[in-house]
Each structure stands twice: as structure tokens, then as C-alpha cells.
Ligand binder design. Sequence first.
Ligand code: UD1
Length: 341
Amino acid sequence: MVERVCLVVGARPNFVKAYPLLRAFSEEEMEVSLVNTGQHYDAELCEVFFDELRIRDFVREINLKVGSGSHAEQTSRCIIQMERVLQREKPDVTVVIGDVNSTLAGALASIKTGIPVAHVEAGYRSFDLGMPEEVNRILVDHISQLLFSPTESSTMNLMIEGIPEDRIRFSGNVLIDSLVSVCENLGITPKNIDKEDYAVLTIHRPKNVDDPNRLREIVDAAKEIPIRVVFPIHPRTRERCAEFRVDLEGIEVRYPMGYMEFISLLARAKLVLTDSGGIQEEALFLGTPCLTLRENTERIETLISGGNLLVGANRERIIRVVSELSSPETVSPFIHSTLPS
Ligand code: UD1
């Protein structure tokens, strides 16, 4: 019987996914400690989510303040501090979410302290080991005792990798659970939203923003597509644009947004161009066509549904796909039905 839970969060996508879990733990009257590693420390990447989702109403927060650094530095600082917290808190189980460095650190510290690990959002695979998140996903799944898979394909991935079926539970997608609550608060009815004349752009993956060629190709495409582009810029991307002198003139650059503001922006957009994992799912739920600026995705259901296309980071291709989507011959009825005429 599980009475004491330690829930580990650290980066922006974790905070959103923690919300429905905290509510469920609270309903079950479990004793929860929320360990925030501090991987994301800026107010706009962290505090705003804690405030909007009223996370501290449910739970006591322990902040490890690990901050930024190389992957090894960030992950190892998290592991060392997590071990101390777990030895003190002695939870029955550590729950980790998603695929960020804090997820891996929390799982490793827990298993080495002899505390079982439950992984929420288990089984996603991009089959691209060049992505830091893919390495985190595989390692965490293989050391977790309980794996909560969001989709049928993620359950299949786990079984193909030899993870015993009795450790896997199909739970559905906690990001969408959170989104449903936010839509209710915003008065948004998904797929019945009046679209406005703009596209949203978000990029932050090292592959796209640490490579000046890919970064330039994406930014140039965004400038040339025939629709206004709103770009809430991630701090990492802002730093790289300055370093590589990438000119953002012609794009509406905004600071990173809180969850409510971003969902409201995404819901009303005619199109989103992104390299985020979660936004591919949120866009599908909100009926906003998504062009994913990557060569692969772990969210394959979004491709199968017709709401998402992989377009990579090639300027010409992105522009061509946007113009094809606006034409009546477009293959995907879903994408076509919501694009600008
Ligand atoms: C991390 C996750 C990624 C997730 C993303 C969401 C990993 C490996 N990556 O990427 O999966 O999609 O968060 O945002 O865990 N920075 C700030 N302020 C902050 C945090 C970061 O300015 O509060 C800057 C720092 O320069 C830092 C850089 O962003 O070096 C990268 O931050 P980091 O947490 O390492 O990775 P993200 O790119 O944010």
C-alpha cells in the first residue's frame, strides 16, 4: 500500500504534467513531497506555472536549486541532492515524469536508494539517440518498477524492449488531463475555436538551436511564410540567436509565456511550427495544425491522426509545405479544414 509519494519535477513540461497527478494524490489522501530540482529557475519557465496551476495548494515543495550546466553537471548535481532528500523523506515510491534530465536524475537516485520508481509518460520513442531526451526515456523506463504509458504505441515500444507486461499500465496522457482543466478555466471548447490570422513558432531543441544553419533555416522560413508569426522565445534560443547573430526582424518575438497565455495563443492560431513534444499533442487536441520542425517524433499518433506533419529544418521545405497546406488538394482533411484560405 502506497502512502508516501515523492514526485520529482524540474523543467517546464514537468510542471504542467504534475498538476493532474497532484490532484489525484490529494484525492487519495497520500502524503506527497514535491521535489523541484530547479533545472528551470527563471520565473517565466517555472514560477508562473506553479502560480497558475496553484501547485503549492496541494503540496509542500522542496527546491534543490540545481540550475543550468552541462548535462553531466546538471544531472549529477540533481542525483546527489535527490539522494539526500529521499533518505530523509523515505517515500514508498518516487514518481518521475517525462524525459528531462531531472527525470533521469530522480529515477537514478531513487533506485540506488532502494526506493521503487514509477515513470509517468513511459514508452515514448523517437529512435534518435542524438536527442538527450531519448537517452533519458530509455534509461528511466528500464529502471522503473511501474511504467504508465500514454498511448498504445508507447505500450508496444516497452513490450518490444522486453519490459514485463505486469509492470506496464496504460494511463493515457496526463498532459491532456491538464489541458482539459485549463481549457475549462479559459472557456475554450477544443476544435470549435475561432481561428485568427497568425502562426505560432516555438523552438528550443539543441539540434535546432545550437546549430546555426538549422536555426537560420527555420527563422528564415518563418519570415517568408505568408502569415504573421508569433514567437515566444525560450531562453536557450534567445541566447543562441544573439550568439549566431540571427536576425529576428519580421517575426513577433515574445517572452516565454505562462501556460494559460500560451494555450490561449495556440488555440486561436491557424498553424503552429514547433520542435516541442508536448505542443504536438496540445495542438492536436485544440485543432491547430502542427508542423514539427524535426525529422522524427515520439508522438506518432499525432502523425497518424493527420494533425501533425514532420517538416525538418529546411527553409524551402517548410515554405512549400505551408503553401501546399493552403491548397485545396491537401491530403489531410483535418489539417486542410483549419488552415487559412
Ligand atoms: C529542457 C529539457 C527539454 C524540455 C525543455 C522545456 C532536458 C535534457 N531538456 O530543455 O526536454 O523540452 O527543458 O523548456 O532536460 N535557461 C534559462 N533559464 C532557465 C532554464 C534554462 O535561461 O530557467 C537557459 C540556460 O542558458 C540553460 C539553457 O536554457 O543553459 C538550457 O536549459 P536546460 O534546462 O539545460 O535545457 P532546455 O533547453 O530548457
